[in-house]
Design a protein around this ligand. Structure first.
Ligand code: SF4
Ligand code: SF4
Length: 347
């Protein structure tokens, strides 16, 4: 349906709706296309916990930085992670001080480094959702096959469904419907959200896709016998997801409780190595202890990730905290809500 028709439909919507776009890329697309300002005032969009870098708690960032200080150690990571401030420093600062921190574009790059520099330990910071973790699991399988004993992973992965379950049960969070992530759902499938008691629609990433998903949610509100979730992004998302990717993922990892920035510990929402692959667990290999760490003073990332605040409601937004001098991860990450609001405005 064209954008104009979709907006006309939504202008006639009588419900007062608070919807959460779970995925960071949706947040960016919404801001870039000014969708918040096009919607009627009774339909409000809040960002959720869908930026993997943003939900990684301070303790895990600090642990990664500690490992970067080890001699003969190369820390590898995806781009945004390097600039996230830890309690005292960041990977970027440690790199400037002489630590070997490298940005990789594929986890397989780590195995190339491991082969070329066998006298060093290569540690990959495993941050990401179900979109990323199967590729890391496949890399671990390859590392085992190739006997790459100098490669390991910090398992800081998160699973989306348990987080949504936790948010819908949280007393301080109001969500009437979820715009569900496209890429994650390609892997886990629509059936993985069968527990949802509020409407959810898996959406694509164009402005029309997101508006269509909002229209579908509005139609589901109050409907009798409604399906748990609907798929707007039908070209790639199937009810069963991608069984081959899930098989690889759960061969190497198993679910465990995990701590999310701002949300706290959520049952079964993270991944740990199965015993068979524990030699690749960097936390065990280097006996890394997670120390409790506070979020940066004044930073509201936690509330933003729960959908109870918008970035401009943080006192530091655009003042002490900017993309050039970020205080919290939501301003660092390209998928972070604060960065999207700063770049495209509050619309
Ligand atoms: S990995 Fe894909 S689905 Fe997940 S948050 Fe990022 S863009 Fe969204
Ligand atoms: S604007 Fe900065 S300090 Fe405020 S919540 Fe966002 S990242 Fe944290």
């Amino acid at each position: 349906m064209p954008q104009k028709k979709l907006l006309n439909f939504l202008k006639d919507c009588k419900h007062s709706l608070i919807l959460m776009e779970v995925c960071g890329t949706h947040t960016v697309a919404i801001s870039k296309n000014g969708l918040r300002s096009l919607l009627p005032p009774n339909i409000r969009l809040f960002s959720g916990p869908g930026c993997p870098v943003c939900v990684t708690p301070q303790a895990e960032i600090d642990a990664s930085i500690e490992l970067a200080k080890r001699p003969k150690t190369i820390i590898t990571t995806f781009g945004d992670m390097i600039r996230v401030p830890g309690t005292r420093t960041s990977l970027e600062k440690e790199k400037a001080e002489g630590s070997d921190v490298r940005v990789v574009y594929s986890p397989l790059d780590c195995l190339d480094i491991a082969k070329k520099e066998p006298e060093k330990e290569i540690v990959f910071i495993g941050v990401g959702f179900e979109t990323t973790s199967p590729a890391i699991a496949a890399t671990v399988l390859k590392a085992k096959e190739e006997k790459a004993h100098n490669f390991s992973v910090i398992p800081a992965f998160k699973l989306i469904p348990p987080a949504l379950q936790a948010l819908t049960g949280a007393k301080d969070v109001r969500v009437d419907g979820f715009i569900l992530p496209g890429h994650v759902s390609t892997i886990i499938g629509a059936d993985a959200y069968g527990f949802l008691e509020i409407p959810g629609v898996i959406a694509g990433f164009e402005a029309e896709d997101i508006l269509e998903a909002i229209r579908m949610i509005a139609k589901l509100i109050g409907a009798r016998n409604r399906p748990p979730v609907q798929i707007q992004y039908k070209s790639v998302v199937k009810p069963e997801g991608n069984p081959a990717a899930l098989k690889v993922l759960y061969e190497v990892f198993e679910p465990s409780d995990s701590n999310w920035r701002g949300i706290g510990t959520i049952k079964g929402s993270g991944l740990v190595f199965r015993d068979k692959y524990r030699d690749f667990d960097a936390l065990k290999k280097f006996d890394v202890k997670m120390r409790s760490a506070k979020e940066p003073a004044g930073c509201s990332c936690g509330s933003i990730l729960k959908g109870v605040k918008t970035p401009p409601e943080c006192k530091l937004f655009g003042k002490k905290c900017t993309p050039e001098y970020p205080v919290g991860p939501c301003m660092v990450s390209s998928e972070g809500a604060c960065s999207a609001y700063y770049k495209y405005g509050n619309n």
